[in-house]
Design a protein around this ligand. Structure first.
Ligand SMILES: CC(C)(COP(=O)(O)OP(=O)(O)OC[C@H]1O[C@@H](n2cnc3c(N)ncnc32)[C@H](O)[C@@H]1OP(=O)(O)O)[C@@H](O)C(=O)NCCC(=O)NCCS
Length: 192
């Protein structure tokens, strides 16, 4: 599905059949604000409570700069999913809590614009992004958790080859409430 290899740039940037997946520069803050404002209500029940600052350019300039620094430090890999013209943010993919040593794992989170659901966009973007974490970042395990009634997320992860490992009670504070989560993980399929 990936139609071009990761660019020579040290920052992740790859192109799939219908999408571009990349680490955004701070100058792209307006695009990110548009995505966040347009999808504010769509994402409310699946995400932490957001402050009013979360919907401002100054917040995203700072946040995108922090994403670059954290990537360079090897701590996270926070990506945007864009159209081929790179004019609109269609979604986000965040690999956080990268742990090395004997663990070699990270935590996956993602969100797609409401108008893009049901077209396989997140599957396409995540297929490329997860491959990047295994092949280029050399990670061994990607962990992803979802609220039990998030059926779209459950189907997406199953389709990507994530396996259910358990259930954690009141794991994350989502939309002001501690919510149970189904725990899943995908192991690097190419390891010997
Ligand atoms: C979770 C989320 C990313 C899933 O989005 P999605 O569009 O359902 O996921 P996919 O990209 O895998 O698309 C799959 C759907 O597209 C359909 N589809 C259409 N064309 C397709 C194509 N060319 N390739 C693959 N699937 C295609 C599939 O049949 C499937 O539809 P279905 O679920 O109704 O059967 C999205 O619902 C979302 O962002 N939700 C809010 C935030 C959230 O829940 N985040 C995760 C917290 S754990």
């Amino acid at each position: 599905m990936v139609t071009s290899a990761p660019s020579k740039s040290p920052l992740p940037h790859f192109v799939t059949e219908r999408l571009v997946v990349k680490l955004l520069a701070p100058s792209a803050a307006p695009m990110m604000v548009r995505f966040r404002i347009e999808n504010r209500h769509h994402l409310t029940r699946w995400e932490p409570t957001r402050s009013p600052q979360f919907y401002t350019e100054i917040f995203w300039q700072t946040q995108l700069r922090a994403h670059q620094i954290d990537f360079e430090r090897g701590e996270s890999c926070c990506l945007a999913v864009l159209d081929h013209a790179e004019q609109q943010v269609l979604g986000v993919i965040n690999f956080t809590q990268i742990v090395r040593g004997t663990v070699q794992s990270c935590q996956l989170g993602y969100s797609l614009a409401q108008r893009c659901e049901g077209q396989g966009y997140m599957f396409e973007a995540l297929s490329a992004a997860i491959n990047y974490t295994f092949v280029t970042l050399g990670l061994h395990r990607v962990v992803a958790n979802y609220i039990p009634n998030n059926k779209r997320s459950a189907r997406l992860l199953a389709r990507l080859g994530f396996e259910i490992e358990g259930r954690a009670r009141k794991l994350l504070l989502i939309n002001g409430e501690w919510r149970d989560h189904i725990l899943t993980a995908k192991i690097n399929p190419d390891e010997t």
